[in-house]
Design a protein around this ligand. Structure first.
Ligand code: FCB
Length: 458
C-alpha cells in the first residue's frame, strides 16, 4: 500500500436528488416522474416516488448522519412541483421545506449545493422540455428560490445531466416522459441549455458572488477496433451527441457542425433562435462532472428498437470480461475517468479559466438485505478508492478539481430501476431506518485524514 494526500481544503460530500429521496408526494404537484411511474412496465419493480425514503420527514436525521460522517458538502435538488403549484403560485409549504433543509445543513457546518433541476419536471408544464416556454418558466422558478435561499446557498447547479432529460427521455423512452421521438430530444436538449443560460445570467445579476454551473454526465466510448474507420466514426457520433453537443454549446457557444449534420432532418432548423447561443454559453464558474463508467462499442445491425443514440443506432456494446462490473452491469473503468477529467480540463474548463467538481460518482454494488446485518460493501470501497485515485491523478496532471461527491448518501429510488439498485453509503430497511454500510465508515475516515491508501500498482 501507498498513500495519496488530497489538497488542503478539498471538499468531500455526497449527492442526492429530490424525487429519489423525498417522498411526501401528497404535499406537492405532480412531476413527469409520477406520471411515468404509473405506466405499466416503466419501473422495474413497479415502484414510485410517493414515499421514497421519506427524506421530507427525516431530513434532520439525514443531515445529522452526514454531519457524523464529516461531510462538508451536500448536493441536493429541488422539486420544482413542490415549490410552484399548477396555478403558478408559490407553495409556501414546499418552499419552507427547503428553507429548513438549508438551515439544518448550515447549522451542521455542511455547505448546501443546490441543483435546480434533476429531472422531476412539473407535469403541468405543457410540452415539457420539448417546449421553449419551459425554459422561460425555469427562470421564474429559479429566481423565486434564489430570493428565499440565496443568502445561504452559494453554489447553484442549473441542470443535472441534460443528456438524460433529452435523449434518454425523449428518444430512448427509458426515462420520463418516455417518448421515442428523436426530434423532441434535440429540442429538449436545446431548451434545457437555453434555460440554463438564462438562469445563470439572472442569478449572476442578482448575486454576483454566487458559484454557478451545470452537471453533465460523461460515458466515454471507445472503438472496439481503433483501426476500423466504421468503429471510429461510431464513437465520433456517440460522443458528439452525448457529450460535445453540451460541452461545445456551453463553452464555445456552438453546436458541433458534425452533430447537427448527423442529425439531418431530426434537427429542426427553427430550433435555435438568433441570440440563443450567446445565452447558452453564458460563462459559468464550475463544471460538474458526473461519471460512472465507460463503454467499448462496435458497429452492428440497428436493433430497430428506440435508442437514446439516434445517430448511432447500429452501436453494439462489447463486453470486457476482465473488468469488474457493478449491479447496474456497468464496467468499472477508473482510467477512463482520469483521462476524461484531463481531457475536459484541456479542451474546456482550462481554456475557460474555471475548475471542475465531481458532482456524482459511485456504484450500485450490494444487493444484500440490510435486515440481515451490517453490509460489508468492500467492492464499493474499492470502486471509490480507484476513482479517487483517478481524480488525484488528474489533479497531478493539472486539472483543477476541488470537490468530490459520492452518489449517494442513502439507497434510494433509482429511476427506471426503482428500488432494485442501491447506490448508498447507507442502507435503508423496510422501516426506512438508516443503516450505515462499511463504506460510510471508510469515507468518514478518508474525509478526516484527506489520505487515501491505495495498492502500490495503482
Ligand atoms: C445519474 C443520476 C442520478 C443517479 C445516478 C446513479 O445519472 O444523475 O440521479 O440515478 O445516475
Amino acid at each position: 500500500m501507498t498513500t495519496i494526500q488530497f489538497p488542503q481544503g478539498f471538499h468531500w460530500g455526497t449527492a442526492a436528488s429530490s424525487f429519489q429521496i423525498e417522498g411526501a408526494a401528497d404535499k406537492r404537484a405532480e412531476s413527469i416522474w409520477d406520471v411515468f411511474a404509473r405506466v405499466p412496465g416503466a419501473i422495474a419493480d413497479g415502484s414510485d416516488g410517493q414515499v421514497a425514503i421519506d427524506h421530507y420527514h427525516r431530513f434532520a436525521e439525514d443531515v445529522a448522519l452526514m454531519q457524523s460522517l464529516g461531510l462538508d458538502t451536500y448536493r441536493f435538488s429541488v422539486s420544482w412541483p413542490r415549490v410552484i403549484d399548477a396555478d403558478g403560485e408559490t407553495n409556501p409549504v414546499g418552499m419552507a421545506f427547503y428553507d429548513r433543509l438549508v438551515d439544518q445543513l448550515c447549522g451542521a457546518g455542511i455547505r448546501p449545493w443546490l441543483t435546480l433541476h434533476h429531472w422531476d419536471l412539473p407535469a403541468y408544464l405543457p410540452g415539457d422540455w420539448s417546449s421553449r416556454s419551459t425554459a422561460e418558466s425555469f427562470v421564474d422558478f429559479a429566481m423565486r428560490l434564489h430570493r428565499v435561499l440565496g443568502d445561504r446557498v452559494r453554489v447553484w447547479t442549473t441542470l443535472n445531466e441534460p443528456w438524460c432529460a433529452s435523449f434518454l427521455s425523449h428518444a430512448g423512452g427509458i426515462h420520463a416522459p418516455g417518448h421515442t421521438e428523436p426530434t423532441e430530444a434535440y429540442a429538449a436538449a436545446h431548451h434545457q441549455l437555453l434555460g440554463h443560460g438564462w438562469v445563470t445570467s439572472a442569478i449572476r445579476a442578482a448575486d454576483p458572488s454566487a458559484t454557478l454551473g451545470l452537471s453533465l454526465n460523461f460515458t466515454p466510448a471507445y472503438p472496439a477496433d481503433p483501426e476500423d474507420p466504421a468503429d471510429v466514426d461510431l464513437v465520433r457520433r456517440i460522443d458528439g451527441t452525448q457529450h460535445r453537443l453540451f460541452t461545445d454549446a456551453v463553452f464555445r457557444g456552438e453546436y458541433p457542425e458534425d452533430v447537427v449534420r448527423d442529425a439531418g432532418p431530426l434537427w429542426d432548423d427553427n430550433l435555435v433562435h438568433d441570440g440563443d447561443m450567446a445565452v447558452v454559453s453564458t460563462p459559468i464558474d464550475v463544471l460538474g462532472v458526473n461519471y460512472y463508467t465507460s463503454q467499448l462499442v462496435r458497429t452492428g445491425e440497428p436493433s430497430g428498437h428506440p435508442t437514446p443514440h439516434p445517430t448511432a443506432p447500429e452501436a453494439v456494446v462489447v463486453d470486457r470480461p476482465h473488468l469488474p462490473r457493478t449491479d447496474m452491469g456497468w464496467e468499472v473503468t477508473p482510467d477512463a475517468f482520469r483521462d476524461l477529467l484531463i481531457h475536459l480540463h484541456r479542451e474546456y474548463t482550462g481554456p475557460a479559466g474555471i475548475g471542475m467538481a465531481v458532482t456524482e460518482n459511485g456504484c450500485a454494488i450490494d444487493a444484500s438485505d440490510p435486515e440481515a446485518g451490517p453490509i460489508d460493501d468492500q467492492p464499493r470501497i474499492d470502486y471509490l478508492r480507484s476513482h479517487l485515485t483517478a481524480v488525484h491523478q488528474a489533479i497531478e496532471a493539472g486539472a483543477r478539481i476541488d470537490t468530490y461527491l459520492v452518489w449517494s448518501i442513502v439507497d434510494n429510488f433509482e429511476w427506471s430501476y426503482g428500488y432494485t439498485k442501491r447506490f448508498g453509503l447507507v442502507a435503508v430497511d423496510s422501516q426506512l431506518r438508516r443503516l450505515p454500510k462499511a463504506s460510510a465508515g471508510w469515507y468518514a475516515e478518508l474525509i478526516r485524514t484527506g489520505t487515501l491508501s491505495v495498492p502500490q500498482s495503482d
